[in-house]
Design a binder for this molecule. Structure first.
Ligand SMILES: O=C(O)CCC(=O)C(=O)O
Length: 215
């Protein structure tokens, strides 16, 4: 396993999990997703200048720990009258270790995980993760299923991209924490087809772990 650095303060590792480990982690997340209230749902998204009633783009969404509400972009300890699922222990440990490895100078504790389950031909448009009070603590992404194209803004504000496969992780923080990024093609609704047998062809599951509060 080798780390690449697409830009400063942004690191990516492929072939991160052994196949059986990836399968078992994914199975655990999918199981959590079956809960009728706390599990995967397709929420409304905050209206924007293009759409009055948009739906969350990836189709299936679930919040663990603090629930990030796509309708108002705020974090909540409760959702739909229930306490969200807790983050699995392996995710807390993994994100803590990666934060320490790459951003030891920044405080980090896992408070929330956004689980984005992209059905085939879904994308995430260009955006910046700016809803968290802590604007420097890293975001850790875990990726299963289809390979996607991950777009990001480099240090000069130019758009770059790379292919992000299953069984990979990424982490961006500090100077990269507010970089714009997009998934899919950013412009076309495409994800590449390989699914590595973990999900149906074209589907992809991404988990981003974040620290939300300032201290
Ligand atoms: O699917 C991904 O890897 C990225 C998700 C994302 O952009 C986000 O959660 O802000």
């Amino acid at each position: 396993m080798e780390w690449i650095r697409p830009r400063s303060d942004f690191y990516v590792a492929q072939n991160f999990f052994a196949r059986e480990v990836a399968q078992s982690y994914l199975a655990e997340i999918l199981q959590l997703g079956l809960h009728p209230v706390k599990g995967f749902h397709h929420p409304d998204l905050k209206p924007n200048r293009f759409h009055a009633q948009p739906k969350y783009p990836v189709s299936r969404y679930m919040g663990l720990g603090l629930y990030w509400n796509p309708l108002d972009y705020k974090y909540y300890a409760e959702m739909f009258g229930e306490t969200p699922h807790a983050l699995p222990q392996w995710l807390v440990q993994l994100s803590g270790e990666l934060a320490h490895k790459h951003f030891a100078h920044l405080p980090f504790f896992a408070e929330t995980a956004l689980v984005n389950y992209y059905l085939a031909n879904k994308k995430m448009s260009w955006h910046t993760d700016k809803e968290e009070e802590d604007k420097l603590a890293p975001v850790i992404g875990v990726n299963f299923g289809s390979t996607c194209r991950f777009y990001f803004e480099n240090e000069k504000g130019e758009e770059e991209s790379f292919l992000l496969p299953s069984n990979s992780v990424y982490i961006f923080g500090d100077s990269a924490r507010q970089m714009r990024h997009a998934v899919g093609s950013g412009r076309k609704n495409t994800l590449s087809i390989e699914s590595h047998g973990l999900l149906a062809s074209g589907e992809r599951l991404n988990i981003t772990v974040r620290k939300v509060r300032k201290d």
